[in-house]
Design a protein around this ligand. Structure first.
Ligand code: ADP
Ligand code: MG
Length: 349
C-alpha cells in the first residue's frame, strides 16, 4: 500500500488557481498517439481509431468517502479505478482521463499533492493520459469527478444487454473483500475515537483493507478475454454488489439467471472476517459493493476456454426471463434474488 508523507502546510491561495493547476499536473506524461493535445489549451484533442467509450464518476466527501480512514493518496487512486473499471466493463481499453476537483480552504497544497500522487500512480500503472480537468473552490469538503475515455473496435464492445438463455455467468477474482475491509476500518476508527493512542491492528486484515482502500480495476481481464478469444455476451463491473449487477444484466438482456451459492468466489480472509463480524458470507457477496471485479456472461461453447482460469469463476447460468433470478443454495433450495432487499436465507420462504 502507499506510505504517508509530508507534514508541512501551504494554503491553496498561496499558489493561486493557475499555479496550483501547473503544480499538480506537472508530472503527467502522454502515452498514446490518440492524445493529440493534452493539458494546457481550452480543450484536449483526441483521435481514436475505434469507437470511443466515455464514462464519469463523482466521489463526494461524506457520501462516498470518509477521510478519517481513507488517505488522500488512496482516494486519488480509487477515484481513477472506479472510472477505469467502467471502461473495462465495456470490454474497451482506457486511454485518457480528465480530473475535476472542488475543495474547501481546509485542504492545503500538500493535501492535494497527496491526492494527485494517487491519481498519478494509477495513471502510470494503468497507462492512461491525464488530459485535462477543472479546479475550483468549494464551501465545504472535497468532491472529485473523473471522466475516463477508452476505445475498442465496435464489434468488441460489450453491453449489459447481450446475455442469452443458457449462457454461463462468470465473475473475476473474489467478492466481498472491499465491504469487509470497510467494516474493519470503521471499527478501528470507532476505537480510535474512544482512545486516540490505540494503534490500529490491521495487519491480519491486510488483503481486505487493501481491497477497500486500493481497489484494482480489471484491465487484465479485458486483455485475458481478448487473448482467449472470448467475447462476453454481456458485461458489467461490480460496484454495488453481485445481486444488483446481475439484476442489471437480466433487466437489460430480458433474461433470468440462476446463481449457485457454492460457486461464489470467497477469499479465506473473507470467510474468517465474516465469522468474526457474525455476517453471512453469501449476503456479503450479494450485497457488499466496491470490489470492482467484472461480471459477465459467455456462450456455453466458450466454457473450455475459461474453465481452468484461476482468475475466473463460473457462478451460474442465464435462464428465460420468466424463470426469474435465483440463488441456488448449498441446501439446493431456490431463493429469489432481489436488489438490496436480499436479507439472507433465514428471512426467505
Ligand atoms: P479553462 O479556464 O479553459 O477551464 P483552466 O484554467 O481551468 O482552463 O485549465 C487549464 C488547463 O488545465 C486545461 O487544459 C484543463 O483541462 C487543465 N486542468 C485544470 N484543472 C485540472 C485538474 N484538476 N487536473 C488536471 N487538469 C486540469
Ligand atoms: Mg476550467
Amino acid at each position: 500500500m502507499f506510505e504517508n508523507t509530508k507534514d508541512s502546510k501551504t494554503k491553496l491561495s498561496e499558489l493561486g488557481e493557475f499555479g496550483l493547476i501547473d503544480h499538480l499536473t506537472q508530472f503527467f506524461k502522454v502515452n498514446y498517439t490518440s492524445t493529440l493535445k493534452s493539458i494546457g489549451d481550452d480543450a484536449a484533442v483526441l483521435n481514436h481509431d475505434n469507437a470511443t467509450v466515455v464514462t464519469t464518476d463523482m466521489l463526494v466527501e461524506g457520501v462516498h468517502f470518509d477521510l478519517a480512514y481513507m488517505p488522500l493518496k488512496h482516494l486519488g487512486y480509487k477515484a481513477v479505478m472506479v472510472n477505469l473499471s467502467d471502461v473495462y466493463a465495456m470490454n474497451a481499453k482506457a486511454e485518457q482521463i480528465t480530473v475535476s476537483i472542488a475543495c474547501s480552504s481546509r485542504f492545503t497544497v500538500e493535501a492535494l499533492e497527496e491526492l494527485y500522487s494517487g491519481i498519478n500512480a494509477a495513471a502510470e500503472l494503468y497507462k492512461v493520459d491525464v488530459v485535462g480537468g477543472d479546479t475550483t473552490s468549494a464551501i465545504k469538503g472535497l468532491t472529485i469527478s473523473i471522466t475516463a475515455l477508452g476505445q475498442a473496435p465496435q464489434e468488441r464492445i460489450t453491453y449489459r444487454s447481450g446475455a442469452q438463455p443458457n449462457d454461463l455467468v462468470v465473475v473475476s477474482g473474489d467478492l466481498g473483500g472491499a465491504f469487509l475491509g470497510l467494516k474493519v476500518l470503521q471499527r478501528e476508527n470507532e476505537v480510535f475515537k474512544v482512545n486516540p493512542n490505540a494503534q490500529p491492528d490491521l495487519e491480519q486484515y491486510s488483503y481486505i483493507v487493501e481491497r477497500q482502500l486500493k481497489p484494482e480495476a480489471r484491465k487484465d481481464i479485458v486483455e485475458l478475454l481478448e487473448a482467449l478469444e472470448v467475447k462476453p455476451t454481456s458485461m458489467i463491473d461490480i460496484s454495488d454488489g453481485l445481486s444488483s449487477e446481475l439484476m442489471h444484466i437480466c433487466k437489460h438482456s430480458k433474461v433470468g439467471a440462476n446463481l449457485y451459492e457454492d460457486k461464489l468466489p470467497l477469499d479465506p480472509m473473507c470467510i474468517s472476517t465474516c465469522e468474526e463480524f457474525e455476517l453471512d458470507s453469501t449476503t456479503v457477496i450479494l450485497n457488499g459493493g466496491e470490489d470492482y471485479e467484472l461480471l459477465f456472461t459467455v456462450a456455453q461453447s466458450d466454457f473450455e476456454k475459461i474453465k481452468a482460469n484461476p482468475h475466473l469463476s463460473v457462478v451460474g447460468h442465464i435462464t428465460e426471463q420468466s424463470e426469474g433470478i435465483h440463488l441456488i443454495s448449498r441446501m439446493n433450495t431456490k431463493i429469489p434474488i432481489k436488489a438490496r432487499g436480499w436479507k439472507g436465507m433465514e428471512d426467505e420462504d
